[in-house]
Design a protein around this ligand. Structure first.
Ligand SMILES: Nc1nc2c(ncn2[C@@H]2O[C@H](COP(=O)(O)OP(=O)(O)O)[C@@H](O)[C@H]2O)c(=O)[nH]1
Ligand SMILES: [Mg+2]
Length: 449
């Protein structure tokens, strides 16, 4: 089997002794590997070309963070770019129209339209408590409409009664009328597919679209289709106003390249992924998961992220300004404590940062553990905004109230305030240390007794 991308990039960058900014020739060498990885993940060639040139522009000249290798840095840059290319945030169904909101499902035969229709209907009737009607216009495949009816029974969602010899346009007119008269919120139209794109089908779908004016036209595509995905998606996009994509069979061993291709060719967000045959096996699309799958790079991204957060230069700078103006508050301390949590707790933090690793003994001595961190956060959260901004007003009665509110003792509150004072003091001293040292030292101050 292939080595994964991290191994390959680490190999390339092992030759490098010097750290600092990523140089053009190193980036070029790395991107050769990235290109192969993308092609292996079944991303279509034109899409790969685009991605690689965009990534090159971003990577050259980037500073390599301390505590990660240049290879890891490149992977992080590639990963972030893929996430962006996949559409960044997750996206919901658009039901924002006069009811019934019509959701039209399109795609090749066997892509998973009927199954996905039922999955989405189940989602909407369940959590969102919508009144949902489903109708199938697949008059070509025997028993295609019965398949939807059976699924409907299974999930207790109504389907349009089947009338023999009705044409697709007649079916949807009847469905729309029923939905309107009987106060349905959402109408799913599960359309017919073909094994390949054909003119006749496209014309039919266009006429359905112009009658229904759907709030969503969801392209359902099989994640395993790889390269073909681009052509298919392109054709649908040319003829219909696609608004979203559901990628099915992501539970198979496809590496997710189809997702990138689809997204790039249609410009439509991927909204859901099918993760199995059962009606509950549908998930909201998460770009990071697919990006991770495409790059097959294990923990590298989270490692770099953690390192980046810890020595987040901007944050350190902001903090440094606060120090200088003497405005470090309990709110800032809470932010720092939350960061510890985000980084996977103290244990994983210590493994990652040499600066913290050295403090291990002190940490043990102080009896500092993850539980203590969440207790401290609870204490700060039990304070009023005024108190968080001005710790000086915390008199005995306020401290008693905070202890009660956070389920701790007054001793705990006192201890936290002592740490806060100590942190402020240490931070003032650290001012001269410069940006990089600051964030780390800020945390370090927590570990003093
Ligand atoms: N493993 C897996 N199978 C799926 C998924 N979605 C659909 N299928 C299966 O794919 C086959 C075709 O699905 P169907 O909904 O009938 O496709 P349609 O022709 O587009 O309506 C069925 O056997 C489904 O159970 C999925 O996300 N994962
Ligand atoms: Mg079907």
């Amino acid at each position: 089997m292939f080595e994964n991308l991290s191994d390959r990039l680490t190999g390339i960058f092992n030759r490098l002794k010097k750290r600092g900014a990523l140089r053009e020739e190193d980036v070029t060498a790395a991107l050769r590997e990235v290109r192969i990885a993308l092609l292996e993940a079944d991303v279509a060639l034109p899409v790969v070309k685009d991605l690689v040139s965009q990534i090159r522009e971003k990577a050259i000249g980037q500073e390599v963070l301390q505590s990660v290798t240049p290879g890891q840095m490149v992977i992080k840059i590639v990963h972030d770019h893929l996430v962006e290319a996949l559409g960044g945030d997750t996206q919901d169904l658009n039901l924002n129209t006069t009811p019934p909101a019509v959701i039209m499902m399109v795609g090749l035969q066997g892509s998973g339209k009927t199954t996905t229709t039922a999955k989405l209907a189940r989602l909407l009737t369940g959590k969102s408590r919508k009144k949902v009607l489903m109708a199938s216009t697949d008059i070509y495949r025997p028993a295609a409409r019965e398949q939807l009816a059976t699924l409907g029974k299974q999930i207790s969602v109504e389907t349009l009664p089947i009338i023999e010899h009705e044409k697709p346009l007649e079916i949807i007119k009847r469905a729309h009328e029923k939905a309107r008269l009987e106060g349905f919120d959402v109408l799913f139209v599960d359309t017919a597919g073909r094994l390949h794109i054909d003119k006749e089908l496209m014309t039919e779908l266009e006429s359905l679209e112009s009658f229904l004016k759907p709030a969503e036209i969801m392209l359902v595509a099989d994640a395993m289709t790889g390269q073909d995905a681009v052509t298919v998606a392109g054709h649908f996009k040319d003829r219909l106003n696609l608004t979203g994509i559901t990628l099915t069979r992501i539970d198979g061993d496809a590496r997710g390249g189809a997702a990138l291709s689809m997204r790039s060719v249609t410009g439509c967000p991927i909204k859901f992924v099918g993760v199995g045959e059962q009606v509950d096996q549908l998930e909201v699309f998460h770009p990071e998961r697919i990006a991770g799958r495409i790059l097959d790079m294990g923990d590298v991204v989270s490692l770099v992220e953690k390192a980046a957060e810890t020595i987040d230069q901007e944050e350190a700078e902001a903090l440094s300004k606060k120090m200088q103006s003497g405005t470090f508050t309990l709110e800032d301390m809470e932010k720092q404590l939350l960061q510890v949590g985000k980084m996977g707790g103290l244990g994983s933090l210590m493994g990652m940062l040499p600066g913290i690793g050295r403090m291990k003994d002190k940490i043990n001595e102080a009896g500092l553990d993850d539980k203590m961190v969440s207790r401290q956060i609870a204490i700060i959260r039990s304070m009023t905004h005024q108190e968080r901004r001005n710790a000086k007003i915390l008199n005995a009665s306020r401290r008693r109230r905070i202890a009660m509110g956070s389920g701790t003792t007054v001793q705990d509150v006192n201890k936290l305030l002592k740490q806060f004072t100590e942190m402020s003091r240490v931070m003032k001293q650290m001012k001269k240390l410069g940006k990089k040292g600051l964030a780390r030292q800020g945390l370090g101050a927590l570990f003093r007794k």
